[in-house]
Design a protein around this ligand. Structure first.
Ligand code: VNL
Length: 387
């Protein structure tokens, strides 16, 4: 042991003489909604990032990683102020987190001006990664997730749909891309409803859905809100009226799915992550996350876990350099096996390329799960092609 330590020290000294970068403490600053209505997203991303560090240690490429987490409470002006403080005074080398689209948009100019990489681990509107050359994403985009169910539904007896989305950027992304692909495949969208993001009351909207006589409701609500949707879907007797429930996977969040009860059974969604995904990597992830938090990881958690992985791998690949240009260059084209399946960072858009799975809520071993039954492989964000 002593000899080994001596050797390591000697190796570092030689590397130093050869002009290699000095060993540094690299601060990674996560900005997340840790309180407020979207605190579940902040907690999921933070826990998963910590799990990644627990499993992989805090030494990368000769450097020491230090994680700093700050709460923006879900307020965009706070996100921007924290981002500024972190890079100007806090010595943060990489920004991460970003629970919702308006929060990511507020921080983007800071990343751009400071030339600091910004890893979006949760927010999912297509346009975010176009706001700075320093942004990469490990979550997903709504167009990416929505296309799967938009293709599946018309082939499986669903011909007419009412769409219901939260009235802000990712909801509009989901509504547009679902409608476009569903219609192109012979489906008909009979009504488009937009529900306020803050304190939504779903009951009058559900009544309109019921009265529409459509075959299914397509829904997007952000992570954490699905239980309220399920409750109203049940209260208004929509399932009894023959209405199917489809959507992106945000509505059947794995961390709260079990509490949704029988109303959630049979819901078919398309998404990039299910806690029930059958792979060795996912089993390790799920059991580690459960041991750390007592709960199942959801799709927000996998975004945080892979976000840390991307940062670690970039630091390693950049060969000791820790400036923003070297790190973002290292992230481009990076590929790995995530708990969700194979993923890569598109070198042109810096957005994640990943499988989108079609899943149905089923009861297995007394618990509700999003059981994957079909897959569309290596999906790039379809939202980018049109811009
Ligand atoms: C966003 C998109 C947020 C999908 C979400 O949950 C979500 C966003 C907080 O981009 O604001 O599930």
């Amino acid at each position: 042991m002593k000899a080994l330590k001596f050797l390591t020290a000697a190796a570092v000294a030689v590397a130093g003489f050869a002009g290699a970068a000095q060993s540094e403490t690299i601060k990674v600053g996560l900005i997340l909604p840790m309180t407020g209505p979207f605190a579940s997203t902040g907690r999921a991303v933070e826990s998963a990032a910590k799990l990644y560090m627990q499993q992989h240690g805090n030494k990368v490429g000769g450097h020491t990683i230090e994680l700093v987490v700050q709460d923006d409470t879900g307020a965009a002006d706070t996100t921007r102020r924290i981002a500024q403080e972190m890079v100007v005074r806090g010595g943060v080398k990489v920004l991460g987190g970003f629970g919702l689209t308006p929060l990511a948009m507020a921080a983007a100019p800071v990343a751009e001006q400071a030339k600091v990489p910004m890893v979006v681990m949760a927010a999912a509107t297509s346009v975010i990664t176009t706001k700075s050359q320093y942004i990469a994403r490990t979550s997903f985009t709504l167009p990416q997730a929505a296309v799967g169910i938009a293709e599946w539904a018309p082939k499986n007896g669903i011909k007419s749909v009412v769409t219901m989305v939260s009235d802000y950027a990712p909801g509009i992304d989901a509504e547009k891309s679902f409608t476009e692909v569903f219609t192109r495949n012979g489906g008909k969208v009979v009504e488009q409803l937009r529900v306020p993001l803050a304190n939504p009351d779903f009951s009058p909207f559900m009544q309109r859905v019921k009265d529409s006589g459509a075959g299914a409701l397509f829904i997007f609500v952000p992570s954490g809100v699905g239980s309220a949707v399920m409750k109203e879907f049940q209260n208004r007797g929509l399932a009894e009226a023959g209405m199917k429930l489809i959507g992106t996977g945000d509505v059947v969040d794995d961390d709260i799915l079990n509490q949704m009860g029988p109303a959630a059974l049979g819901t078919v969604t398309s998404h990039h992550y299910s806690a029930a995904h059958d792979s060795a990597e996912n089993k390790t992830f799920v059991s580690g996350y459960k041991a750390l938090t007592g709960n199942r990881p959801n799709f927000m958690a996998v975004g945080g876990y892979d976000g840390m992985r991307l940062i670690y791998a970039a630091i390693e690949k950049a060969g000791g350099k820790v400036d923003g240009d070297s790190l973002i260059a290292a992230m481009k084209g990076m590929s790995w096996t995530s708990p969700r399946g194979p993923v890569s960072i598109d070198p042109e858009t810096r957005d994640i390329v990943q499988n989108i799975y079609i899943r149905r809520v089923e009861k297995q071993d007394g618990e509700l799960h999003n059981v994957e039954f079909d897959v569309i492989k290596d999906v790039k964000d379809p939202g980018k092609a049109k811009k």
